[in-house]
Design a protein around this ligand. Structure first.
Ligand SMILES: Nc1ncnc2c1ncn2[C@@H]1O[C@H](COP(=O)(O)OP(=O)(O)OP(=O)(O)O)[C@@H](O)[C@H]1O
Length: 234
């Protein structure tokens, strides 16, 4: 079943036209990769889907409901959560308090024990302040907050950026678990190999246009596309 349907979306920053007639869809339980060079419009698309930016035209339907005119907090209540690149962990409070804050605003929060079972590292660091955490641990909290709010669709903006390979491997396992638990994930990443090994399908954005959509296997077999739009062959 289609969970998210983006149709002919055009998004602007002021007079700057950034997304051009972007269409994509995501089925329930899929992990879908969104790829493209720096400045291609990936974050802009995630923000548009999450309601942080309003498209000038086009429609976005989530779980059968039109969401493109809804404010972010209402879209979040519908079960769609953006995990932004900058993570936004609160440094002055503990790991557990960061999670409690997320749970407070959720209609059906997930139990802390399930979160800690998924992230044993956070369990060990429960009483540490946010500012004392490594980049990987901060990313775990950012994903855990979306899980605690019981999001059906999680938008991950460059979750592996700046993280050590061993942490990336752990987070990739978590991303796969999210889909196995019945959640759906869109992941923006520069790390092509990592993201294609998690995602079943991929979209490529270039200067605000979708220039490829297909399965991860199809994209892997097209080094010409990877070279042209990302400057890298997977
Ligand atoms: N707040 C803003 N105001 C004006 N232009 C912006 C703003 N944010 C981004 N842009 C521009 O929009 C275009 C798309 O940016 P976006 O951040 O969506 O790209 P991206 O594919 O996510 O790249 P990156 O990997 O660098 O984050 C770029 O040309 C960028 O300069």
């Amino acid at each position: 079943m289609t969970l998210l349907d983006v149709k002919n979306v055009n998004t602007f920053y002021g007079d700057s036209h950034i997304l051009f007639d972007v269409s994509m869809h995501v089925n329930e339980n899929e992990v879908v990769a969104l790829l493209g060079r720096n400045g291609a419009g990936k974050s802009t698309l995630l923000k548009t889907i999450a309601g942080a930016l309003q498209p000038k035209s086009g429609t976005i339907t989530f779980n059968g409901k039109e969401i493109h005119n809804m404010p972010t907090h209402m879209i979040a209540r519908e079960g769609l959560q953006l995990v932004p690149e900058e993570r936004r962990i609160i440094g002055g409070i503990t790991v557990h308090e960061n999670l409690e804050l997320a749970a407070m605003t959720a209609p059906n929060p997930m139990s802390f024990e399930r979160i800690y079972a998924t992230f044993p590292r956070l369990d060990e660091r429960r009483t540490n302040k946010g500012r004392e955490l490594s980049g990987g641990e901060q990313q775990m909290i950012a994903i855990a907050r979306a899980m605690i709010r019981d999001a059906r669709l999680i938008l991950l903006d460059e979750p592996f950026e700046g993280l050590a390979p061993i942490i990336v491997r752990d987070l990739m396992v978590v991303c796969r678990q999210l889909a196995e638990e019945g959640r759906t994930v869109i992941v923006v990443e520069q790390n092509v190999n990592a993201v294609l090994s998690m995602a079943s399908r991929a979209y490529m954005l270039n200067t605000g246009h979708i220039v490829f959509s297909g399965t991860s296997d199809e994209l892997r077999s097209r080094p010409d596309i990877l070279n042209r739009y990302m400057g890298t062959a997977a």
